[in-house]
Structure formats: C-alpha cells, structure tokens
Design a protein around this ligand. Structure first.
Ligand SMILES: *Cc1c(COP(=O)(O)O)cnc(C)c1O
Length: 333
C-alpha cells in the first residue's frame, strides 16, 4: 500500500510546537479543538492522529464510531436514562455520569452526539488525552484515586467539571494551588467517604448523627471541609461520594435499605448542619450545589444505581451498563 503524499502547504500552517501530523489525505479538513489543530481524515480508514511533543504517538487517536457501535450505545444509553428517570425520587433530574474508563474516545463521541455531556474517568493520563481530543463542552468528572502529585495535570484540563474523590487536605491544597487563574468558576469537589470501612476502598470515615459535637469537630471530614472553605478559594465543596460494598448492593432488596447509601446520607446531614452553622449559605455560598446550596450525594453504579436513587442520590456513575464490560486493567496511570 502506498502512503498518500502529505500536503506541504497545509503542514506549514500548523505550528510544529502544538501538533505534527503524521499523514494527510487529499480530502482532509481542519478542525479546531481549543488551541490544538487536528487534521481529520474523512476517507477510510476513518482515523487520524495528533502528535503533541508530550504524548506518545500511539495513545492519541480519535476514530469515528462504527454505525453498529453507535446504535448499540444509543440504545443502552436510552435504557439507562429511562431507568434513572423512573427510579428518581426527587423532583430534580439526577445527573447521569457515563463512566468511560478504558473505553475508546469514539465511544464517548457517540454518546456525546446523543446528548450525553457528563463523563467519568479514573486515570489522569487517560482523561488528559481524551479531553484534548474530544469536544470542549464535555463535563469531565474525575472519579479515580487522586494523588496530589497528579493535581497539576488534572487542574490544567479546562473542562474538568468535578473531582468526586477528594480524600485529603494535601490533595485539596495541591489542587487549589494548581488551578489556573484563568479558570472562571471554582472546581466542584466531592469528598469520598469510605462508608463500608473496607481496606480496599479509599475515602475518609463517615459521621453519625449520634456523634458528639466534639467528635464531629475533630473528625477527618470536618477538618477537610474546613480546609476547603478556609484555605481553598478555587474549590467548591459540592457534596459527598461513596462506592460502597458490592455485597451490600447485591443483598439489599426492595424492603431492605442499602447501609452504605444510608450512611452517606447521614454523613451528609451531619456535615450540612455543621456547615450551615459555621459558613452560613448567605456568606457567599461556597458549598453545596450552585443555586440550591444542597450538598449532593454521588452514589450508585451499574449494579445499584436504582437503589441509590431511591435513597436520594443526586449523581449516579454508570459504566458497564452503558459501555459494556471493560477490558482488564493493564497499566496504571
Ligand atoms: C468504574 C467506576 C464506576 C462505574 O462502574 P460500573 O459498575 O461499570 O457502572 C463508578 N464509580 C467509580 C468510582 C468507578 O471507579
């Protein structure tokens, strides 16, 4: 197979510092994704690559979804949306975050073109690469293990919408420091609570409504919340997140409530009471959902999002239910 000749004039219009194009085909069209120039080839194979100096050549590709895959995703997305809607208890529609870890950018594009804007990713490098390729109005939610040494990369993603896995003062201050001045709105953060107490789960311990005032004041959660409100003006404490124990979500029946979800709700209520007293909502409103001031709950995944919604969840994170099974993790980023 012969390689098509590149277009020298077109190449010259592209600053080599931002992007070098490997191969161009005669019917190429220039697309602007923020400041990055990407040449998209509309001939077969429908694939193009953009090499930025910092990235590896193989990692950044955006393929168009095949029509079969697109149809499959549109169908599963419609089903999940319907199930979210019918399980929702509050008047307000919950946020469905499509968890796209390990899934190709083309899958995300198919969902985006079907109106899905909220996507969740677990790995910083994977998120960074996808965010560069995909439309700038996607709302990215980071839901992976948050290491403070990765805060800078995360903070540099302009359309990072929230971080749902905040778990330490160190990570909060690193994020606050790393967020660029040109970011116009504070970054929403949710504190991850380890409601099941499992060693394998991240997050800080929950609070109980029976805890004494001093226990509450000295808890990890309140200290982190205080740090966000006093020392991190670029963060907005939007709510709490939990993963929960799988057994509890499988055991919970129609009548029995899931203990993880109940614990997260109770923790939220204790935290909300403390915040209302300490940082009144009319004091600039630095916490809770914008507009309502409510502390949101992010709980519920493919296997238990309906139960979570019945317990009052505001944000559900669904991966497998939309995209199908994931390949086993091979590298850690
Ligand atoms: C992977 C992941 C999900 C999605 O899980 P599914 O069971 O595939 O829906 C949700 N939340 C977090 C934190 C995850 O890591």
């Amino acid at each position: 197979m012969t390689t098509p000749q590149p277009w020298p004039t077109l190449i010259q219009t592209i600053p080599s510092s931002t992007c070098m194009i490997s191969s161009l085909f005669p019917s190429s069209k220039t697309i602007f994704f923020r400041s990055t120039f990407i040449i998209q080839n509309f001939l077969k194979p429908t694939q193009y690559r953009c090499y930025s100096p910092k990235m590896s050549a193989t990692s950044v590709t955006l393929e168009q979804p095949s029509s079969e895959r697109r149809a499959e995703l549109v169908e599963s997305l419609a089903e999940i949306r319907e199930r979210v809607k019918s399980a929702s208890t509050s008047g307000k529609e919950p946020t469905l975050v499509a968890v796209s870890k390990y899934k190709p950018a083309s899958d995300i594009l198919a969902c985006y073109e079907d109106g899905q804007l909220d996507f969740g990713e677990n790995y910083v490098q994977e998120l960074e690469e996808k965010a560069k390729l995909l439309p700038a109005d996607i709302r990215w939610h980071f839901i992976g293990t948050l290491q403070s040494n990765k805060a800078k990369i995360l903070a540099s993603i302009p359309n990072l919408f929230s971080i749902q896995t905040l778990g330490s003062i160190k990570a909060a201050t690193a994020l606050n420091k790393a967020l660029p001045a040109e970011r116009t709105s504070p970054l929403r953060v949710l504190i991850q609570i380890n409601t099941s107490g499992e060693d394998s789960k991240s997050g800080i311990p929950p609070l109980s409504s029976s805890s004494s005032t001093s226990e509450v004041k000295n808890s990890d959660l309140i200290q982190l919340a205080d740090c966000i409100l006093k020392e991190c003006p670029k963060l907005r404490l939007e709510g709490l997140m939990t993963i929960g124990a799988l057994e509890l979500s499988l055991e919970a029946s129609e009548t029995e409530k899931n203990a993880d979800f109940e614990r997260l709700k109770e923790t939220r209520d204790v935290l909300a009471r403390y915040l209302k007293e300490t940082y009144p909502p009319d004091d600039g409103g630095r916490w809770g959902e914008e507009g309502t001031g409510r502390l949101l709950l992010s709980m519920g995944m493919s296997s238990d999002f309906e139960a979570a919604l019945k317990s009052g969840s505001d944000i559900v994170r669904v991966g497998t239910g939309i995209f199908g099974q994931r390949a086993k993790k091979t590298t850690s980023t």
